[in-house]
Design a protein around this ligand. Structure first.
Ligand SMILES: *Cc1c(COP(=O)(O)O)cnc(C)c1O
Length: 429
């Protein structure tokens, strides 16, 4: 019997021969709730949050969880109860986060395409800040606020044009991206916004990408941002808060992102050196708060030997775990049984782990050593971010169930879709 935690996953370990999340055996949860099943560790989320909280100790800082990473109500509640704010990108996310008990004044609204209706709802709710992304949006938000007799608090998302050195689909701060306002246009845009009656300029923000594993892009972006703050304030427009976005990576496969507190010690040193250490700071982490808190448990349906490779066909698919199909992303996959895990390590015949969806892009892992057979269960690791929140009903597959583990307790936080759930709202001719 061992209790080795998996590298990079301090709340996931084998005990009594079975993979556990905190004190709950995944096999028992899979038997109770079925597969595919997402299981999250509350302690893992809170310890990821604590790394940021420690990093900001003694500072005027607000952490806004970027909820698109995982937006199930039970997950949001964990962060709301821990005092987090939230970064939202749609009216649907606003409704969810308010249902989970968020403090509206700690909600910030990002995104390049907010509708007038979303703007009105956010103004009615009294959110803390709109992170606006274009000159056109500034004028529309001003008109909406004026029509409601309100002033919208805004921050302008600037595009610092630094390369985050990540996958092109999750790189957002380069000149060719659709996000933010070009560095050169920033001052003029602030001057225009400050002249409008329906807007209150409160901050500046950026977000350069996702799954960033190096410090340099953050340090470079910070310098570029502070240059802008100096220029904007020299023009007589005070900037009350500076928001450095999210994007810190997690360990999927020998990735070595800096720990949040280590990264922030360096960033804060730079802020102090440039005289901004006491400014209100905001950040918008998503993946780094939840990514490694979650696993997806799936059952092997069939082993299918082939001429060129073997296939391990499982009951989870690209509709549950879209990251491999979308970004060729890597997720570690391990058997729930420790004996099988040990045997897998010496297995030389590799297999592709694939789902039942009718697409060749429906794979979860390629060329994996797995000593498993039909009926065995596997855990797909690092499935806490951008999995369930990106999941779909493609192939009329139900969305999976989700369980939140808290030490030896567990809570079902999403019931598996029923067939009626899937057809709700549809009308026969
Ligand atoms: C997605 C997003 C985040 C969070 O990114 P992570 O890589 O999950 O930390 C933060 N801010 C904005 C504006 C985003 O779009």
């Amino acid at each position: 019997m061992t209790t080795d935690t998996l590298p990079g996953h301090p709340h996931i370990h084998y005990a009594a021969g079975q993979l556990q999340v905190e004190d709950c055996a995944l096999d028992a949860l899979a038997t109770e709730f079925g597969t595919p099943l997402f299981v999250y560790s509350k302690a893992s989320m809170l310890s990821a949050l604590a790394a940021y909280q420690c990093g900001f100790a003694g500072r005027n800082a607000q952490i806004c969880y970027a909820m698109k990473a995982s937006s199930t109500l039970g997950v949001l509640q964990v962060f709301a109860q821990a005092g987090c704010g939230f970064d939202i990108v749609s009216g649907g996310e606003l409704a969810r986060v308010m249902a989970a008990g968020a403090d509206a004044s700690k909600v910030i609204f990002s995104g390049v395409g907010k509708t007038r209706d979303e703007m009105r709802r956010a103004l009615d709710t009294g959110i803390g800040c709109f992170n606006v992304e274009s000159e056109a949006e500034i004028d529309v938000l001003n008109a909406v606020a004026v029509s409601m007799g309100k002033r919208a608090p805004i921050s302008i998302r600037v595009n610092p044009n630094v390369d985050p050195k990540t996958h092109p689909y999750i790189s957002t701060g380069l000149k060719g991206n659709k996000f933010g306002i070009a560095h050169e246009r920033t001052l003029a845009t602030y001057q225009h916004a400050a002249s409008l009656p329906g807007l209150d300029v409160v901050g500046i923000d950026c977000h350069i990408g996702s799954q960033i594993t190096e410090e340099t892009p953050y340090l470079d972006a910070m310098d570029r941002m502070l240059d802008l703050v100096e220029a904007i304030e020299a023009a007589g427009i005070p900037i009350h808060h500076i928001d450095f976005g999210g994007g810190l990576g997690i360990n999927y496969n020998d990735d070595t992102p800096p720990p949040a507190d280590v990264l922030w010690a360096k960033l804060l040193a730079k802020l102090d050196a440039r005289g901004f250490g006491q400014r209100k700071l905001m950040i918008e982490p998503g993946r780094s708060l939840v990514g490694n808190a979650g696993v997806c448990v799936t059952e092997v349906l069939f082993m299918k030997p082939g001429e060129q490779k073997n296939f391990c066909i499982v009951d989870a698919a690209m509709n549950d775990l879209p990251r491999p199909a979308m970004y060729q992303a890597f997720h570690t996959i391990v058997p729930l049984s420790e004996v099988q895990q040990i045997k897998s390590e010496s297995k030389s015949l590799l297999c592709d782990v694939v789902g039942p969806v009718c697409e060749s892009g429906d794979w979860i892992g390629r060329d994996r050593a797995l000593a498993v057979a039909a009926g065995d269960r596997l855990a797909v690791l690092s499935a806490g971010a951008y999995c369930m929140s990106m999941s779909s009903n493609y192939n009329s597959r139900p969305k999976a169930a989700e369980v939140l583990v808290d030490a030896s307790h567990y809570h079902l936080i999403r019931a598996r879709d029923t067939l009626m759930d899937q057809m709700r709202g549809e009308l026969l001719l």
